[in-house]
Write a protein that binds this ligand. Structure first.
Ligand code: 3HC
Length: 675
């Protein structure tokens, strides 16, 4: 392997450059090269200062995550950072792109930091279930103060160079195109001055910061181990402990997290998300179709949300409705949503106008003729969809991609209503479509490879995480939701309450349980609308106008602020049904709820894999994390099943009389995992 670190002398300044694509991760060779570079600079009498910089798209984006969980090769990153800081000649970090994690810690070891204005700096380790383990938790509060250190380490969001400069984290901004020259000039300026070393600074007291921050973010951190560990390390630094004591504490906490299940789960999801973008049988260099203009059919909640994704990314949208009133309502809602973002400071007023200016509302399908991609988002009825796709076939230009936002229907059947099934694909957005990160890209039997590749690339552009799914009822996500809902209803009949079942799911880490979800989505969804026909608990609720949050009553009662409470009326309805059907009652334990609602999801996931409807188990995990809020610290249902142990899942399923998927059984028997 060629050495990723090179050095060159610019007069009395040694420039140490890393070139380790794609993101200059601090793998063993980079660490060895940095150590050697510093030694070279110290040993050379001509050298009076050093600059550390990176080639390519970014400064060091962190430790090399692929090395985690394996034996670490020397020197470790903490040693390298200490060596940089201990240098008797000034070392300047020259930052572009993103200085993240270990990359940020390298800069904190440097005596000075200079960055281009577009650079960002941050410690996102917490998102991998970790903490900055190369002195970051101790140097950051010493340089930037306790408050910012808490924010940066426990939340993990990087900050722009200008903000970092305001906090003392960046000493100087360079010209966007003259970083290296500016860094060298800066280095010359500081030669001979006393060296500022972070480890020698004391932490400025901020007595209430830790308690206030912890309280403020309790909800956000619910269930996660890493934020508390990050906070504890910063607190240690703020407690008056020496730098060495702080470092010892940081190391201990870091190792605990590194070998825990949560970090393994979060690292799994980091790679799973990136793997999901890859389509096994479509070449990575497939020529993509140009998507300059998008059409959306339907200006309802879904169509409006879908449109916003493209408008926000600067892609013009033509939105079609059948009635002027519906069109006006839809575009009005889009504007309202943007204005709400602007009111929260997330958008500038001119950005709102730019987005709205790129929207063309129309009542004529013919206006879609020049669109490169059209997404149909009307209600779920095959006849309606086929009719629309037949019309699109006649209207749209050759090569346009025709997509359906269906959440259950057969994309092959929809495609067959056109003469160009190769251009037809499913794009299943999740509600609210402008917020939820997941996009299921449904691959029909005839969908062309370049159509898939184009949609996957477009997804990244509109900041979605896309997963390829095959055609089956409900695709990946909703298909796995079905057995869960069925079992939850059965458990109600057998003696559980909606409150108990939901509580078990929330304690597991889901944002809500099955009944809270029904109330949010609408109990009347899929209802036959005949109040005299009462065949299920759902029918009974719907017949009494208990349609969920929107009617302030569903499986729960709601007050004016939509706070739920247990409903005596629902308890009566359930009791009636239990009597009517003569269902035997037993005491349902929390563990039984887990085994009967979550294990069948794993089983369904295994069937999906067996049938080739998902490319890989990790894709299923990504669907559940980004589409349904499965707790990321449990790594998605398939990863969770691995950590539970597949034999245990199989035994649980068999105990409750489920037919176990062959793939699941085989893997359990062979001692294999899904991931
Ligand atoms: N280690 C190993 N591989 C990494 C990596 C890392 N730290 N960061 C990114 N990669 C890989 C990705 O897996 C991807 O590989 P692929 O092409 O084979 O799929 C490739 O680099 C490109 O990454 P992205 O697709 O994410 O590229 P983007 O341009 O969209 O994003 C980025 C770039 C913002 C740097 C993003 O990759 C990122 O956030 N990386 C992780 C940063 C991070 O978490 N750093 C902390 C690491 S932990 C640590 O430092 C511990 C320390 O405290 C001791």
């Amino acid at each position: 392997m060629t050495n990723p670190i090179t050095t060159r002398k610019d007069g009395n300044v040694l420039v140490i450059t890393s070139n380790n694509p794609p993101v200059n991760a601090l793998g063993a060779a980079v660490r060895q090269g940095l150590e050697a570079g510093i030694k070279e600079g110290l040993a050379d009498p001509q050298v009076e200062a050093m600059v550390i910089r990176c080639e390519g798209r970014t400064f060091f984006a962190g430790a090399d995550i692929t090395e985690f969980g394996k034996a670490m090769q020397e020197p470790g990153l903490p040693t390298v950072v200490d060596q940089i800081e201990a240098s008797t000649k000034p070392v300047i970090a020259a930052i572009h792109g993103t200085a993240l994690g270990g990359g940020c810690e390298v800069t904190l070891g440097c005596h000075y930091r200079i960055a281009v204005p577009s650079a960002k700096i941050g410690t996102p380790e917490v998102k991998l279930g970790l903490l900055p383990g190369a002195g970051g938790t101790q140097r950051l509060p010493r340089i930037a103060g306790v408050k910012l250190a808490l924010e940066m380490t426990a939340k993990g969001d990087p900050i722009p160079a200008k903000v970092a400069q305001g906090a003392g984290l960046i000493d100087r901004l360079a010209g966007e195109d003259s970083l290296e020259a500016d860094a060298i000039a800066f280095a010359r300026e500081v030669i001979g001055k006393p060296l500022p070393r972070a480890s020698e600074k004391s932490v400025e007291a901020d007595p209430d910061a830790v308690a206030a921050f912890t309280k403020e973010n309790a909800r956000r951190f619910r269930g996660f181990e890493a934020p508390a560990a990050n906070i504890a390390c910063v607190e240690k630094a703020a407690s008056g402990a020496s730098f060495e004591e702080g470092i010892a504490f940081e190391r201990e906490q870091f190792m605990k997290l590194m070998f825990g299940v949560q970090s393994a789960a979060q690292r799994h999801i980091f790679f799973a998300e990136r793997k999901a973008a890859k389509i096994d049988d479509v070449a990575e260099d497939t020529k993509l179709r140009d998507i300059r203009k998008v059409g959306v059919i339907g200006a309802g909640t879904m169509g409006g949300g879908i449109s916003m994704n493209f408008l926000s990314a600067g892609i013009p949208v033509t939105i079609v409705e059948m009635q002027q009133e519906a069109l006006d309502r839809g575009t009005g809602t889009i504007r309202k949503n943007y204005e709400a973002s602007a009111a929260k400071g997330r958008m500038k007023p001119e950005q709102v106008e730019a987005a709205m200016g790129a929207l063309t509302p129309t009542l004529k399908m013919e206006d879609l003729a020049d669109c490169d991609l059209v997404i149909e988002a009307v209600y779920e009825e095959m006849g309606v969809k086929k009719d629309i796709f037949g019309k699109l076939d006649a209207i749209c230009k050759p090569g346009a991609i025709l997509a359906s936002n269906t959440s259950y229907l057969d994309v092959n059947e929809i495609a067959a209503s056109t003469k160009r099934p190769e251009d037809v694909v499913g794009m299943h957005f999740f509600s609210p479509a402008n917020v939820m990160k997941l996009l299921e890209v449904v691959r029909g039997d005839k969908t062309a490879g370049d159509v898939l590749a184009t949609v996957m690339a477009l997804a990244k552009k509109i900041r979605k995480v896309a997963v390829v799914a095959g055609v089956c009822h409900g695709f990946i996500g909703n298909r796995m939701l079905m057995p869960r809902q069925v079992e939850a209803m059965k458990l109600l009949m057998e003696g559980a309450t909606p409150e108990q079942i939901d509580r078990v799911h929330v304690e597991f880490g889901m944002p809500m349980g099955p009944f809270q979800m029904s109330d949010l989505a609408g109990v009347d969804i899929g209802w036959h609308r005949d109040p005299t026909r009462i065949e299920s608990i759902r029918d009974a609720l719907a017949a009494e106008n208990r349609w969920g949050q929107k009617t302030k009553a569903g499986f729960y009662d709601y007050d004016d602020k939509r706070n739920p409470s247990a409903s005596p009326r629902v308890a009566e309805i359930i009791e009636d049904f239990r009597k009517k059907t003569g269902t035997a009652q037993h005491e349902v334990t929390d563990q039984e709820i887990v085994e009967r609602t979550l294990y069948p999801m794993v089983n369904e996931g295994a069937l999906i894999l067996e049938e080739g409807k998902a490319q890989r188990a990790s894709d299923i995990d990504v669907v559940w994390i980004y589409g349904y809020g499965w707790p990321v610290y449990r790594g998605g249902p398939m990863f969770w099943a691995d950590t539970e142990g597949l034999p245990k899942i199989v035994a649980g399923l068999e105990k409750h009389g489920f037919a176990v998927a062959k793939l699941l059984k085989d893997k359990a028997d062979k001692g294999e995992r899904f991931n």
